[in-house]
Design a protein around this ligand. Sequence first.
Ligand SMILES: [Ca+2]
Ligand SMILES: [Ca+2]
Length: 187
Amino acid sequence: MKILLALALPALLVPALGQNLLTNGDFEQELTVGWTQEKQGIGLQDFTRDTGYDPDPDYEARVYQYSGPGIMKLGQLVPLPDTGYELSFRANFRIEDGSPSCWPVGSVGIEYCNAAEEVLGRSLFYLHDEFCTWTNSPTEHLVEVTDPDWREYRFQLGEELRSHLTGVDPADVSKVRVLIYNYTSSG
Ligand SMILES: [Ca+2]
Ligand SMILES: [Ca+2]
């Protein structure tokens, strides 16, 4: 039995201008506005939106999976004018009851895509257990979530590409997908 959920309020910003590239990045409109929902697998898989996940008065999104295996993605693909952008968001992560044959990962981050919308690499904050087999590579930067309670996270895209994604040519990146991504392995 597995329980897995991630909640987030992402915003993609230009530090200098404060321009947000995301539509409905604060989830104050329905999840169908701006965001794409994708799910595969079995068990309970819910995309929801409510004011009560975080005690503040406005809305948050929740991606919840129970007793997988499967994947769930709440994503938004946007053109990226240049790599001087930063992804910042608040999130809360929870996973439970993994095993060597079936283990959960909760993650939030960004996929770097070319003009044809092929994924070139990704940067993810992730919460996992000891059974998880995900590893860093020249096209994947995984950052451990050490405090699963509500807190702020950020990726500076230019710095990510320069320092952690040596397998991705920044010149090829013309779009990015902000992603809340739940994964439960199949045994
Ligand atoms: Ca709230
Ligand atoms: Ca909100």
